[in-house]
Design a protein around this ligand. Sequence first.
Ligand code: HEM
Length: 591
Amino acid sequence: MEANTYNKSYISVLKTRLRRSQLLRMTRYSRFLLRSVFNTFLRPPLVLFLISKTGILSFFPRHWVWTASLYILSIPVSEAILAIQSSKRKRRECKELGATPIPKVVGKRLGNFDVLKELIAAEENEYPGDIFLRWAKQYGPTYDMNILWASQIVTIDPENVRFVLSSEFSSFEKGEKFHDMLESFWGEGIFTTDGDTWRTHRANARPFFAQERLSDFAPFEFHAQKLLEIIDGMATDKQSFDLQDLFARYTLDTATEFLFGLSTNCLDGVSHTDKDAEYEHFMKAVNELALLSARRIRIGSTWPLFELTGDKSIAPTRVIDRFVEPIVAKALQRTRDSAQDAKDSNFLEHLAHVTKDPKAVRDESLNILFAARDTTSCLLTFTAYLLMEHPDVADKMHEEVTTICGLHRSPDSNDIKKMKYVEAVLNETLRLFPPVPYNIRRSVEASALPSPQSGHGRQLYMPPRSSITYAPILMQRDPHYWGDDACDFNPDRWLSGSSPFTHPNAFVPFNAGPRICLGQQLAYIQASYVWARILQLPIRLTRDIHTGVPAPSEWKKTVDNNSRHARETIWPHSDFVLRVKGGLWVHANED
Ligand code: HEM
């Protein structure tokens, strides 16, 4: 009875904290909107009105048409003055740093509006990264899209990426805008914060990812058995199925088990198809929030203008909180009731030893759930795609797995360490299809990017408070760093004994520097484990080419035979992570 009272009080504290943060957020939106409207539309006429009071404008005819025109004109004039001032300041800073300006993409419309339109259309219709590569061929590996007069830098130069992520880490951040875009559902967690707050989150989370913790494979095995049963069932029924969906369910089930000690059990939904089951709502909500995050990041800081009817994250966040609230309360209560040094069995309990704030526990675990789930599922999906395209590689993997574990025994951590070919296949998949194909940072202050553009001897001026996008998907396929066979799927390149790339930051699927992925080892272990278990089945996976969305036929006609386009039989598409458009449909054939 007493335990229950605690439980309820934690839940009510959490609910109050969530409501308060929602109110704070709404106040921040309103302030943002009011400030933007005031600065853009009201301040210039107000300044003009005050100037008119001094009599300076008395030579203008006193007719209302003139007055109205003057007030309207004051808006673009003031924007132009601000733009000129800012460009003067940037020129001065650039000179002081001894740098040269970053080349600008030259659009055809005012404010490079056409560049923005092209960018949005490309994300939907083109091969991921093509548009960035096109501009890189024209302007060099680092350039400024200069959209609506704001610097938006893109780089596919690993030396500049090293500068941003590692050597000048403190000069670049995720930034307030990134935080505000995602805070409505990700809250204040490791993923959305910077500075000391981020450092505290990282220090709190890190011990949970220690090597010795990552040797308990029981949750992987429990859910892997469900996955294998489903695949086996599909083979018996000779039914095709979407492997991408299966992997998304599997990774959500294992991630919730690992983090919360309670699984969503979404895999159960494959055979029962109960659309009203709690896990179906949970999975739908997680997918909606991933898409919403991608959309907000794409739109940028004006995203509230596209959600004027209400914050679109509220409904799916509520679904997730309904699942998470009681689990958070239970974890806090358990750590309160047990001895301080009691061993925690999941991430929530680990956090509950560090903080008693239910919202902090909720935010942090959800951050890690989002970081873990889609990325690992993406790695599994693209590995499956490449193995079906390269059955010889699948055979070699099968041989390694069965030599180490036989046909039935589940792998332990020593077995996984021995699976060097499996690791090479995963690396090669992460190279060609990095789950996070692009990433973004924001400069805190002006600096000089170290890598000079070809033809210039000088470093490039990076303006303050500007975004810089880098594209692992392009750097990881660049022949300059990987050789002429950069677009070939060749796991053996990882086994030659020497480094397969010529620049350490040419391979950054897990990011680099102080913010490198905390779950990297876990991801390799989990992916190796699942593939070992699938390859032990007396089953061969083949593509169902009649289902899903085919790759556009014009890709086949591409003149550049070294690119991936001509050989792709699926359509890779990037929203928050890389996915197979329309799903990866397969048949499981008995061997
Ligand atoms: C193939 C699987 C994975 C890939 C490719 C991947 C990739 C990444 C990348 C690119 C980042 C940097 C994001 C940024 O700062 O903008 C990141 C951060 C992070 N990842 Fe992963 N990740 C994977 C799996 C996981 C797993 C399984 C977990 C945990 C269970 C995890 C936990 C984290 C955390 C906590 C961060 C934030 C680190 C920080 O900001 O200090 N990741 N990951």
